[in-house]
Design a binder for this molecule. Structure first.
Ligand code: TXA
Ligand code: MG
Length: 329
C-alpha cells in the first residue's frame, strides 16, 4: 500500500472503510455519512459512547442544505467570517443523514475544515464525511499521524500522514437551533471572536463548571477526555500555596511534579521535576507544550502532577476546558 495515496484513501471512504487524516485542528477518523456500517465502525474503533454525535464535514457552504434544515440567516454571516475553519454549527438534521451519525439526536454538527488534505479528500470522495477526533475516546486528541498510530494503529483501514495539525485544539461548537445561540464547546475560534458576530451568544453553564438544570447539550462535555493515567491536579499560581504543597509531599516522602510557566518557575525550585510550558505571554507555545506533556506524562510513573491554571479568555477557555477534563479522575 502506498503512503499518502489520496485516491486510494478516497476509494476506501466510498466503499466501506474508515480512514484517519488531518484537519487544521486535530486528526480525524472519517467515514461516509450515508454508510451506516462505516459510521458504526468509527464508534467501535475509538470506544466512543453511543450517545455522542459526530461532526459532519462538508467542502463548501453550498452543501449545507444537504445535511441540515431550518438554517438561520446568522449561519451565513458566520460562514463568511469563519469558514473554512475551526467552527462547528449545530443545526436541525436533514432526514437522509443516517441517525448513527447524530447518535439519534435530531440535530447535527457541521463544519468546513481548513486543511488541504481534508478538503481534497472530501472533494475526491464525493460524499460528506463524518469524523470525530482520531483517538481512543478518553485520550487527548491526536495532532500527528504518530499519535493516531499509537492509539488506533491496526484498527483503521488507512492513515494519511499530513504532518502536524497546526491548531492543536478542536473546533468550537455552537448551537444555532436556539435563541440566543449557545457555546457548547470552546475551541479554535474564541468566544470573544464569536461575540463580534453573535453579541448575545451565551456560554453553556456546564463549561463554567456551574451546577445547572440545563441538560448537557453536547454529550462530549460530560465525558472524561485528555486524561492521562497519572492523577493530575490544577492549582492557581496566584491563589494556592504551591510551596507548602511541595513541602507537604516531601514530608510524606512523596514526589511532586509540576507543569508550569517560565514566570512562575521560581516557585518550583524544590519540586522533583518541572515541565516547562513556556512563557505565559506565548499562548501558542504553551498550548502545544501542554498537550504534548499530557500525552507523555504516563511514561514516568509519577505520584502526583500539579498543573498551573491559566485565564479563561480567548483560546484559554478551550485550553482550561481540556485541562479540567484531564483532572476529572
Ligand atoms: O476539530 C474538530 O472538531 C475535530 C476535527 C476532526 O474536525 N473533531 C472533533 O470531533 O473534535 P469529536 O467527535 O471528537 O468532538 C465533537 C464534539 C463532541 O463534544 C460532541 O458531543 C459535539 O461535538 N457534537 C457533535 N454533534 C453535536 C450535536 N448535534 N449537538 C451537540 N453537540 C454535538
Ligand atoms: Mg474528541
Amino acid at each position: 500500500m502506498k503512503q499518502n495515496d489520496l485516491n486510494f484513501a478516497a476509494k476506501i471512504l466510498q466503499d466501506w472503510g474508515v480512514v484517519a487524516f488531518p484537519t487544521e485542528t486535530v486528526y480525524g477518523l472519517w467515514a461516509n455519512i450515508y454508510d451506516k456500517q462505516a459510521i458504526q465502525k468509527i464508534f467501535t474503533i475509538k470506544w466512543r459512547a453511543s450517545d455522542n454525535p459526530l461532526i459532519v464535514h462538508i467542502s463548501d457552504i453550498s452543501e449545507l442544505p444537504n445535511v441540515a434544515i431550518d438554517i438561520p440567516e446568522i449561519a451565513y454571516e458566520l460562514w463568511k467570517k469563519f469558514w473554512p475553519g475551526p467552527l462547528t454549527f449545530v443545526l436541525k438534521k436533514q432526514q437522509n443523514v443516517v441517525s448513527e451519525v447524530s447518535a439519534g439526536w435530531d440535530t447535527i454538527g457541521i463544519r468546513v475544515p481548513n486543511h488541504p488534505i481534508a478538503r481534497e479528500l472530501i472533494a475526491l470522495s464525493w460524499v460528506p464525511l463524518a469524523a470525530p477526533s482520531a483517538n481512543l475516546s478518553w485520550k487527548p486528541s491526536p495532532t500527528s499521524a504518530q499519535h493516531v498510530h499509537n492509539d488506533l494503529s491496526q484498527r483503521v483501514d488507512y492513515i494519511v500522514d499530513g504532518g502536524e495539525a497546526n491548531i492543536w485544539v478542536e473546533s468550537t461548537v455552537i448551537d444555532l437551533t436556539v435563541q440566543p445561540p449557545v457555546l457548547l464547546r470552546p475551541g479554535g475560534i474564541s468566544f470573544e471572536q464569536l461575540k463580534e458576530v453573535l453579541p448575545n451568544i451565551e456560554i453553556h453553564p456546564h463549561l463554567l463548571w456551574q451546577k445547572s438544570e440545563k441538560i448537557v447539550k453536547s454529550p462530549g462535555m460530560k465525558y472524561r477526555h485528555y486524561a492521562p493515567e497519572t492523577t493530575l491536579y490544577l492549582f492557581s499560581p496566584e491563589q494556592d500555596d504551591i510551596i507548602a504543597k511541595i513541602q507537604d509531599h516531601h514530608a510524606q516522602w512523596k514526589k511532586i511534579w509540576i507543569i508550569g510557566s517560565k514566570e512562575m518557575q521560581y516557585k518550583y525550585l524544590w519540586a522533583d521535576r518541572f515541565f516547562l510550558l513556556w512563557s505565559r505571554e506565548n499562548l501558542e507555545e504553551v498550548s502545544h507544550n501542554l498537550f504534548a506533556t499530557l500525552r507523555q506524562i504516563d511514561i514516568y510513573w509519577l505520584d502526583s502532577v500539579y498543573c498551573e491554571t491559566f485565564e479563561t479568555k480567548w483560546i484559554w477557555l478551550a485550553i482550561m476546558d481540556r485541562l479540567k477534563r484531564a483532572c476529572e479522575k
